[in-house]
Design a protein around this ligand. Structure first.
Ligand SMILES: C[S@@+](CC[C@H](N)C(=O)[O-])C[C@H]1O[C@@H](n2cnc3c(N)ncnc32)[C@H](O)[C@@H]1O
Ligand SMILES: [Zn+2]
Length: 275
């Protein structure tokens, strides 16, 4: 898996990782969709255009490419990036999320059925709530988020996954390569046009036999009662809640929907096939 070498710097222990070639093969440079072949310890380099993507603690950073979408959607994303960076250290301590995990994570795994040899992409991995359990079940895992602070926390506790700093609406994924794409509570934070862009790009990254499993906010009796289908958390993090029909509408242009079901009153779980 990921090789590691350790060096001491100013009494802080710095972990340098050289990126696993088998995992790098799952990525493609946006310049041409070509394979990215190697890394020199400080950057991953595109064999086609020579672009360098810096690496830090094994995280490959594609964020220098910018965010996708219209200016107003980019602005929403920038706000969320900043908020996620700020909340990264407190995220795992959120009691509500911990309770939710007891139901959400087993349900996602049951729908996903990951096999050890599968190539899986996790979109919006955050601090690794799902990544941590996926990596025990699958040897070829790529997980992306645009919060580098969250990814750094991930890198400190989870090994054997290729962490990528990227916009999941335009992630540098090799086409027709992944057996599955999975995402917990990220879709609802993508502005509508960007949500469509993300789903189309995930479909392209999947093999024809590939599957998509995701959870997203559920627009149900209590959110209807409060009138909060769409908004921002604290003015910083855009969200919209989905009814099962809305989720179906978003997924069906690109996927064959297998199932959408509520996970309690807060989330929907959707599974879909690329076939
Ligand atoms: C509610 S958190 C969920 C994190 C993790 N999946 C979990 O379930 O704990 C949403 C995550 O999606 C990430 N995210 C939202 N929009 C994104 C985008 N366009 N590109 C990359 N990451 C994004 C955020 O940075 C955040 O880490
Ligand atoms: Zn390139």
């Amino acid at each position: 898996m990921i090789e590691r070498s350790r060096t001491e710097a100013n009494s802080d222990q710095v972990v340098q990782q050289s990126t696993d070639a088998a995992l790098l093969e799952l990525l493609a440079c946006p310049c041409s969709g070509r394979l990215i072949l190697g890394d020199d310890g400080e950057a991953v380099i595109c064999s086609a255009c020579g672009a360098h993507y810096p690496t830090r603690q094994g995280i490959v950073d594609f964020l220098g490419l910018g965010l996708s979408g219209r200016e107003q959607d980019q602005a929403l994303k920038r706000l969320e990036m900043r908020a996620r960076d700020e909340q990264a250290t407190s995220y795992d301590k959120m009691m509500f999320l911990r309770l939710l995990s007891r139901r959400e994570i087993p349900a996602v795994l049951a729908a996903l059925k990951p096999e050890p040899g599968d190539a899986i992409f996790e979109a919006g991995c955050g601090t690794g709530r799902l990544t941590r359990v996926l990596v025990e079940r699958c040897r070829r895992l790529v997980a992306a988020d645009y919060s580098l602070e969250s990814l750094l926390l991930c890198a400190g506790k989870i090994h054997g996954v290729l962490l990528v700093g990227a916009d999941v609406c335009s992630a540098p994924l090799r086409e027709a390569t992944f057996d599955a794409i999975v995402s917990c509570q990220c879709l609802e934070h993508l502005p509508p046009e960007e949500c469509e862009r993300a789903i189309a790009s995930w479909r392209r990254a999947l093999k024809p036999t590939g599957r998509l499993v995701l959870t997203a906010y559920h627009h149900t009796w209590w959110s209807r009662l409060l009138g909060k289908q769409e908004g921002t958390h604290g003015g910083q993090i855009y969200f919209r809640r989905f009814s099962p029909q809305m989720l179906q509408q978003v997924l069906e242009p690109h996927f064959r929907l297998e199932r959408v079901r509520p996970l309690g009153w807060y989330l929907l779980l959707a599974s879909a096939s690329a076939a």
